[in-house]
Design a protein around this ligand. Structure first.
Ligand code: PMP
Length: 384
């Protein structure tokens, strides 16, 4: 993958860049060659589009370890997927247990639901942003609980949460397990049919290397939240009620067909190259983490080197505020990071950076040894 010279892109956690040529070509083909509306009509292009989306669904299911592709729903993004599950599951009087390190994609819908009478019980993470299953178990056992909600990986600390253990705790206590997998998909090998989550929400445009505007919701067989929107789907058009069949139930209206096809191409690419990309990401993330720890005045958030994390290394420094540091890295060195609280004020509050936040370095599929060296050189120079 060719890179533009002197661009050091360290914001893969916001969105991965550049998109692989295979993804660009698939989106292009969807826009120019198979341009029909999937599931609508029986002419050549409509059938080609139907087949292409079905193939994309199968590729995504296979990559994420989902046994039946009908349990994969193409949605506009991880945020929409989480809204669907939370609002389609929870009713006034329900109680949920949620970690204190969630993104606003969970915090904000929960705020709406809390105002409507859902009880929200927060379990606090430790200073590195990890959630202890024992704390979740204690909270769940205190009163009947409808759902346990937790991210799989943090967009601030990179910490990986024990969501499989949390799913067991949820199920042992009659609750469902809802997981935000925005920062895990693509960066961790996933086997969702075995993980135990009843719902797992994924962004297509981050580690999965797909376009923006497409995400995936996985719902375990038998878990049937109420759909967020109702409308046309091609089948059973005489019935005024939303069909209950999968995937039609959760995909009313014309979807992001080019996005779904692009994501399918990304999933096929990751099926072949994912292990190699993940190994490189892990090696470079560790080198960045250890290098940053060696620079005077730098504090790295999250678990120590050696402990598993997704490719995210967030820092605070004694010599500059986060906004000034990110702006200086960009303007002077072409290093693109993200400053602030990363839509996760709860997480920053948990790890002690609630006021000004931090600067996040997020390497990804295109990052090289040279990029890591350039980032460490720049930080070393600024520290002087
Ligand atoms: N959860 C986490 C942990 C995230 O990092 C993000 C993206 N910043 C989201 C949810 C929401 O993803 P999207 O904006 O793609 O809907």
């Amino acid at each position: 993958m060719e890179k533009t010279r002197d661009i050091r892109y360290f914001d893969h956690a916001a969105t991965s860049w550049p998109k692989p040529a295979e993804v660009v070509e698939a989106v292009n083909r969807a826009l120019t060659e198979t341009g029909g509306n999937p599931g609508r009509g029986a002419h050549t292009f409509a059938l080609a589009a139907t087949r292409a989306v079905s193939d994309a669904r199968i590729a995504v299911a296979s990559l994420l370890g989902i046994a039946e592709s009908r349990d994969v729903f193409f949605v506009p993004g991880c945020t929409e997927a989480l809204n669907l599950v939370l609002k389609g599951t929870l009713a006034p009087g329900d109680r949920v247990v949620v970690s204190s390190v969630e993104h606003n994609a969970i915090v904000r819908p929960l705020t709406v639901l809390a105002a409507a009478g859902v009880e929200v019980v927060k379990v606090r993470g430790d200073a590195e942003g990890r959630i202890d299953p024992d704390d979740v178990e204690t909270a769940v056992r205190q009163a009947p609980t409808r759902a346990v909600i937790c991210q799989h990986a943090s967009n601030v600390t990179g910490a990986i949460q024990p969501v499989g253990d949390l799913a067991d705790i949820a199920h042992d206590n009659g609750a469902v397990m809802i997981v935000d997998g925005a920062q895990a998909a693509g960066h961790l090998a996933l086997d969702l049919s075995a993980l135990g989550a009843d719902a797992y929400a994924v962004a297509g445009h981050k580690g999965l290397l797909g376009p923006q505007g497409i995400g995936v919701l996985y719902l375990a067989p038998g878990f049937e939240p109420t759909e967020l929107v109702q409308g046309g789907g091609g089948a059973d058009a005489h019935d005024p009620s939303q069909p209950k069949d999968r995937p039609e139930r959760y995909e009313a209206g014309t979807g992001n067909t080019p996005g779904a096809i692009g994501l399918g191409a990304a999933a096929s690419l990751l099926a072949h190259r994912g292990a190699e990309i993940r190994a490189t990401e892990r090696r470079l993330t560790r080198a960045l983490h250890e290098g940053l720890l060696g620079i005077p005045g730098v504090t790295v958030l999250g678990p120590p080197p050696g402990e598993a994390r997704v490719p995210i290394v967030s820092v605070t420094v004694t010599w500059m505020g986060p906004d000034e540091l990110a702006a200086t890295l960009d303007r002077r060195y072409g290093i693109m990071t993200r400053a602030g609280v990363h839509c996760s004020p709860w997480t920053h509050e948990t790890v002690g950076t609630g006021a000004a936040g931090a600067v996040r370095f997020a390497p990804g599929h295109g990052t090289t040894d040279d990029d890591i060296a350039a980032a460490l050189d720049a930080m070393g120079e600024l520290a002087k």
